[in-house]
Design a protein around this ligand. Structure first.
Ligand SMILES: [Ca+2]
Length: 148
Protein backbone atom coordinates (compact mmCIF):
# COMPACT_ATOMS: atom_id res chain seq x y z
CA UNK A 1 0.00 0.00 0.00
CA UNK A 2 2.73 2.39 0.98
CA UNK A 3 4.65 1.47 -2.14
CA UNK A 4 1.65 2.22 -4.37
CA UNK A 5 1.11 5.62 -2.77
CA UNK A 6 4.77 6.52 -3.13
CA UNK A 7 4.64 5.64 -6.81
CA UNK A 8 1.61 7.87 -7.26
CA UNK A 9 3.41 10.79 -5.66
CA UNK A 10 6.39 10.26 -7.94
CA UNK A 11 4.16 10.05 -11.00
CA UNK A 12 2.46 13.28 -10.01
CA UNK A 13 5.74 15.06 -9.51
CA UNK A 14 6.86 13.84 -12.91
CA UNK A 15 3.72 15.13 -14.59
CA UNK A 16 4.14 18.55 -13.03
CA UNK A 17 7.78 18.60 -14.03
CA UNK A 18 6.96 17.81 -17.65
CA UNK A 19 4.24 20.44 -17.77
CA UNK A 20 6.56 23.03 -16.28
CA UNK A 21 9.22 22.24 -18.85
CA UNK A 22 6.76 22.23 -21.75
CA UNK A 23 5.50 25.63 -20.64
CA UNK A 24 8.95 27.08 -21.06
CA UNK A 25 8.58 29.05 -17.85
CA UNK A 26 10.69 28.61 -14.78
CA UNK A 27 9.11 26.24 -12.29
CA UNK A 28 6.65 27.87 -9.96
CA UNK A 29 6.37 24.93 -7.63
CA UNK A 30 6.83 24.99 -3.90
CA UNK A 31 7.46 21.95 -1.74
CA UNK A 32 7.12 22.31 2.00
CA UNK A 33 6.60 20.55 5.29
CA UNK A 34 4.38 21.37 8.23
CA UNK A 35 5.56 20.31 11.68
CA UNK A 36 3.69 18.22 14.20
CA UNK A 37 1.82 21.05 15.94
CA UNK A 38 -1.79 21.38 14.86
CA UNK A 39 -1.20 25.13 14.57
CA UNK A 40 1.77 24.81 12.19
CA UNK A 41 1.44 27.32 9.36
CA UNK A 42 3.75 28.15 6.49
CA UNK A 43 3.48 31.67 5.15
CA UNK A 44 4.68 32.85 1.75
CA UNK A 45 4.36 36.07 -0.19
CA UNK A 46 3.88 35.81 -3.94
CA UNK A 47 4.43 38.92 -6.01
CA UNK A 48 3.36 39.36 -9.61
CA UNK A 49 5.12 41.59 -12.13
CA UNK A 50 5.05 42.32 -15.85
CA UNK A 51 7.76 40.14 -17.41
CA UNK A 52 6.78 41.28 -20.90
CA UNK A 53 3.58 39.22 -21.12
CA UNK A 54 1.55 41.92 -19.36
CA UNK A 55 0.67 42.91 -15.81
CA UNK A 56 -0.62 40.33 -13.36
CA UNK A 57 -4.39 40.14 -13.09
CA UNK A 58 -4.91 37.11 -10.89
CA UNK A 59 -3.01 34.38 -9.08
CA UNK A 60 -3.67 30.67 -9.60
CA UNK A 61 -2.74 28.21 -6.85
CA UNK A 62 -3.38 24.51 -6.25
CA UNK A 63 -2.12 22.43 -3.34
CA UNK A 64 -1.47 18.72 -2.97
CA UNK A 65 -1.16 16.80 0.29
CA UNK A 66 1.85 14.51 -0.05
CA UNK A 67 2.94 11.42 1.90
CA UNK A 68 2.85 10.55 4.74
CA UNK A 69 -0.81 9.72 4.53
CA UNK A 70 -1.89 11.05 7.89
CA UNK A 71 -4.91 12.46 9.65
CA UNK A 72 -4.41 16.18 8.90
CA UNK A 73 -5.86 17.62 5.73
CA UNK A 74 -3.78 20.35 4.13
CA UNK A 75 -5.25 23.65 2.97
CA UNK A 76 -4.02 26.71 1.14
CA UNK A 77 -5.35 30.19 1.85
CA UNK A 78 -4.67 33.18 -0.39
CA UNK A 79 -5.28 36.77 0.70
CA UNK A 80 -5.11 39.85 -1.51
CA UNK A 81 -6.39 43.19 -0.24
CA UNK A 82 -9.84 42.67 1.21
CA UNK A 83 -10.49 39.25 -0.29
CA UNK A 84 -9.46 35.71 0.58
CA UNK A 85 -9.99 32.23 -0.81
CA UNK A 86 -9.25 28.78 0.58
CA UNK A 87 -8.90 25.29 -0.88
CA UNK A 88 -8.29 21.92 0.76
CA UNK A 89 -6.90 18.68 -0.65
CA UNK A 90 -9.59 16.34 0.63
CA UNK A 91 -7.69 13.05 0.03
CA UNK A 92 -4.14 12.56 1.25
CA UNK A 93 -1.57 10.71 -0.82
CA UNK A 94 -3.48 10.31 -4.08
CA UNK A 95 -2.75 11.91 -7.43
CA UNK A 96 -5.39 14.64 -7.06
CA UNK A 97 -4.80 18.01 -5.48
CA UNK A 98 -7.18 20.60 -4.14
CA UNK A 99 -9.47 22.50 -6.47
CA UNK A 100 -7.55 25.24 -8.26
CA UNK A 101 -8.02 28.75 -6.94
CA UNK A 102 -7.99 31.94 -8.98
CA UNK A 103 -7.74 35.10 -6.91
CA UNK A 104 -8.11 38.40 -8.73
CA UNK A 105 -5.64 40.85 -7.27
CA UNK A 106 -6.22 44.48 -6.43
CA UNK A 107 -2.47 44.61 -5.72
CA UNK A 108 0.44 42.55 -7.06
CA UNK A 109 1.19 41.05 -3.65
CA UNK A 110 -0.56 37.91 -2.38
CA UNK A 111 -0.27 36.31 1.03
CA UNK A 112 -0.26 32.51 0.66
CA UNK A 113 -0.70 30.43 3.81
CA UNK A 114 -0.55 26.65 4.14
CA UNK A 115 -2.07 25.01 7.20
CA UNK A 116 -3.65 21.73 8.30
CA UNK A 117 -6.56 20.46 10.31
CA UNK A 118 -4.89 18.40 13.03
CA UNK A 119 -1.65 17.49 14.81
CA UNK A 120 0.89 15.44 12.87
CA UNK A 121 3.62 16.26 10.40
CA UNK A 122 2.61 16.69 6.76
CA UNK A 123 4.32 17.37 3.45
CA UNK A 124 2.80 19.35 0.63
CA UNK A 125 3.35 20.78 -2.80
CA UNK A 126 1.65 23.73 -4.42
CA UNK A 127 2.03 25.49 -7.69
CA UNK A 128 1.44 29.19 -8.13
CA UNK A 129 1.22 31.23 -11.28
CA UNK A 130 0.59 34.94 -11.87
CA UNK A 131 -1.64 35.28 -14.90
CA UNK A 132 -2.64 38.22 -17.03
CA UNK A 133 -6.27 39.10 -17.76
CA UNK A 134 -6.17 36.85 -20.84
CA UNK A 135 -4.57 33.97 -18.95
CA UNK A 136 -0.95 34.34 -20.07
CA UNK A 137 1.75 33.53 -17.55
CA UNK A 138 3.59 36.59 -16.29
CA UNK A 139 6.26 37.45 -13.74
CA UNK A 140 5.93 35.41 -10.54
CA UNK A 141 8.17 35.45 -7.47
CA UNK A 142 7.81 33.80 -4.07
CA UNK A 143 9.32 34.70 -0.71
CA UNK A 144 9.08 32.41 2.33
CA UNK A 145 8.05 34.42 5.40
CA UNK A 146 7.39 31.69 7.96
CA UNK A 147 8.28 27.99 7.98
CA UNK A 148 6.78 25.94 10.79
CA1 LIG B 1 -4.75 14.54 -2.71
Amino acid sequence: MTHIIFKNVLATVTVFGVLGYAGGASAHEQYGALGKAASATDYYQVTCSDDGNGPGDHLFVQIKDLAPVAKPMVSILVVNGLQAKNATDAVDGNATGSPGLNIKGTTQTYAVLVSKTAAGAENYFFDYHCLTANGSHTGTDIYPFQNQ
